[in-house]
Design a protein around this ligand. Structure first.
Ligand SMILES: Cc1cc2nc3c(=O)[nH]c(=O)nc-3n(C[C@H](O)[C@H](O)[C@H](O)COP(=O)(O)O)c2cc1C
Length: 343
């Protein structure tokens, strides 16, 4: 299958959907330059999602993808909540504040969410992608019947085969180098495979028949060419676009991206493992005596509060491990550079 014509794009370059960082301007610029733009809507309300999609449609007539989170939902364990709040309370005291009394579920999963499903069926984007797992088979069937291409982040062979058996159309093979959250379906099962190894393992496995988009640590057109030569049909880049003028990352985040070389994965920020710039979270919170956190997205609630109070010590700056190769270009210049390097 020729993935670019299937997706209706000119170049095998996908902008990673990035909740909180994606903007209509960034998505539309990548699409207008012949790649596939993306809106990360996993943390958006229904109204905000509709607004972002409408705005993007005003800026481009080209296809783009929508992205949602399919994490498993569970009831908050009150004991874990109490112990986690207590563990972080010294940080609130240091800032002269009281910790919250309870943790809130910040976002709902797309899985079995009728409002979001109906909105997507109504809007009919070219493609939709999922992170943290799969929606229900019924949802996938409905999306496919509406002519929408379905994609999911996978990090290992078992997830690839599960996605395939559910009828997903394209696999996004996310390697351990990737910035932001690991797309693992089961947060306790991360084999931490490098992007190239994962692509190769999928390509060489005869049971895997779906096209593969590689994601994780890809920063240049040369990186894209190499992964396509290995057998991937396209590449999805997130970190490379974070410093673009069109990204919603704030100035401190952009400055830190340009000055930092090191990233690390932690689950202490959100309750799911995610890679970001090295900080106080990794040195002072991820300590030996750390209790078990209450889990995604409850853990994220208190992290966001600490981040608001003290963004210097508690930054939430997601980034991939090749952040030192970031180039401060606007999105059309970056696309042009990637395309010419790739060719
Ligand atoms: C700031 C940021 C936010 C992200 N948010 C999402 C998201 O909302 N949905 C998603 O599927 N992936 C998300 N990701 C992961 C990307 O889809 C992709 O796997 C990753 O960016 C690839 O690695 P790279 O950052 O090294 O290019 C995010 C990545 C970053 C850097």
């Amino acid at each position: 299958m020729n993935l670019t014509s299937y997706l209706g794009i000119q170049h095998p370059i996908l902008l990673a959907p990035m909740a909180g960082v994606s903007t209509p301007q960034l998505a539309a610029t990548v699409s207008n330059q012949g790649g596939l733009g993306a809106l990360g809507l996993g943390s958006s309300t229904l109204d905000h999602a509709i607004e972002q999609i409408k705005h993007t449609k005003q800026l481009t007539k080209k296809p783009f993808q929508l992205n949602f989170f399919c994490h498993k939902e569970f009831d908050l364990d009150i004991e874990k909540e109490k112990v986690w709040i207590e563990f972080l309370s010294k940080e609130f005291s240091r800032l002269g504040k009281s910790p919250p009394n309870q943790l809130n579920k910040l976002y709902s999963s797309f899985t079995n969410n009728e409002d979001f499903t109906n909105m997507v069926l109504d809007i009919k984007p070219r493609a939709i992608s999922f992170h943290f797992g799969l929606p229900s088979k019924k949802q996938i069937d409905a999306l496919k019947s509406a002519g929408i291409i379905t994609m999911v982040s996978i990090t290992q062979l078992s997830e690839a085969l599960e996605a395939q058996s559910y009828g997903i159309d394209i696999l996004i093979a996310q390697g351990i180098e990737a910035g932001g959250h690991r797309g693992i379906f089961n947060e306790n099962n991360d084999p931490a495979i490098f992007t190239k190894d994962l692509v190769q393992a999928l390509i060489e496995n005869p049971a895997v028949t779906l096209p593969i988009v590689a994601a994780g640590g890809l920063m240049t057109g040369k990186d894209i060419r190499e992964i396509i030569d290995l057998g991937a049909s396209a590449a999805q880049l997130g970190t490379a676009f974070l410093t673009c003028a069109e990204s919603a990352a704030n100035q401190n985040y952009k400055k830190a991206l340009l000055e930092s070389n090191y990233t690390q994965i932690t689950r202490s920020i959100s309750g799911r493992p995610a890679r970001g710039l090295f900080s106080h979270w990794h040195t002072d919170i991820d300590i030996l005596e750390k209790p078990e956190d209450p889990g995604y997205p409850f853990t994220y609630d208190i992290a966001k509060q600490l981040n608001m109070l003290d963004p210097i010590n508690f930054p939430i700056y997601w980034a991939g491990c090749n952040v030192s190769k970031i180039r401060p270009l606007d999105a059309s210049a970056l696309m042009q550079t990637l395309i010419s390097e790739m060719n």
